[in-house]
Design a protein around this ligand. Structure first.
Ligand code: GDP
Length: 296
């Protein structure tokens, strides 16, 4: 198990109890502990470095409130900065547009994209009373389209009937047409994943985006992939106009560092967190809870 950051900082500051303001030296030794805590939580190295620099600036000279120890004071400053960086509030979807609002789901194969598509569809149908249609554009992986149909039945959400031999763009166009004609409010497009970010994947995604004009493009990332998640995010953010991120497998033992890395690299809000395999295991992303988890 990890020592909590508060415990570690208590050690660093033991000698300093009772001083008025945090000196640069005090803060620097505390920040070494903060950096270790971030790296143990799987925050990407450059992101951890930037974060520590920012917080150092903020913490030097800060007055220690009488009722807390210097260690607690630094933890508070770090926690506030984390919450701020993770997005101070729960981010919403912007789907109140002329229907159908198209949501495009992108990500690597195995990230949990198809499951998350169905989870999100169910959430929109149940909580927001939206009429939702889902379509799988994954013609590369055998049975991917059937997988979404099965999930759709579990979630009581309609899926576009499968027509063999169509390209992803053709499926997207057909889905859009059906959604318009049949009065759906939201159309969720589950794009094909690949094992790596590659040119074919990106070209296909751009073509689908051009054909369907999504209002939300959500990147699905496995929170357990830690440092790798940064490369995935960079790859996608450089090519498509992302509107947000969904982190899956937050029920696992990930400390949540991927959240900070994602936010820093894409500049986009994390909108939801997947918290299990069940079809309703999707939660709004709460920055303060995750900040607590990162700090341990
Ligand atoms: P895709 O290849 O990205 O479409 O991935 P899938 O949606 O097929 O998911 C791969 C596996 O991850 C499945 O067994 C899912 O049940 C599982 N999965 C997806 N999201 C979560 C999550 O938030 N938590 C857990 N524990 N498992 C998940």
């Amino acid at each position: 198990m990890f020592d909590s950051l508060s415990d570690r900082l208590a050690g660093v500051f033991d000698k300093l109890r009772g001083r008025g303001a945090l000196s640069e030296d005090d803060v620097r030794s505390a920040m070494r502990e903060v950096r270790v805590a971030l790296l143990e939580a799987d925050v990407a190295l450059p992101v951890a470095r930037d974060f520590v620099d920012q917080v150092t600036e903020r913490a030097v000279g800060a007055e220690v409130i009488r009722s807390v120890t210097p260690g607690q004071m630094v933890v508070k400053i770090v926690n506030d900065a984390l919450v701020e960086m993770l997005g101070s509030d729960t981010a919403e979807l912007h789907i109140d547009v002329n229907p159908p609002a198209v949501i495009m789901m992108v990500g690597l194969q195995g990230s949990g994209k198809t499951t998350t598509t169905a989870k999100l569809a169910k959430r929109l149908a149940e909580r927001e009373r939206k009429r939702v249609l889902m379509a799988s554009l994954d013609v590369a992986r055998p049975a991917a389209q059937e997988q979404l149909a099965v999930l759709g039945r579990q979630a009581s959400v309609d899926t576009l009937p499968i027509v063999a031999g169509q390209t992803p763009v053709q499926i997207a166009q057909r889905a859009l047409q059906s959604a318009k004609l049949q009065g759906y409010d939201v159309l969720l497009l589950d794009t094909a994943g690949r094992l790596h970010v590659d040119d074919t994947l990106m070209a296909e995604m751009k073509a689908v985006a051009a054909a369907s004009n999504p209002v939300e493009t959500l990147l699905v990332v496995d929170s357990l992939t830690g440092q790798d998640a940064v490369n995935v995010a960079k790859g996608f953010a450089g090519e498509v106009d992302l509107s947000g991120v969904i982190l899956t497998r937050m029920d696992g033992d990930a400390r949540g560092g991927a959240a900070l890395s994602m936010r820093a690299v894409t500049g986009k809000p994390i909108k939801f967190a997947g918290v299990g395999e069940a079809i309703d295991a999707l939660e709004a992303f709460h920055p303060s809870r995750v900040a607590g988890r990162i700090l341990g």
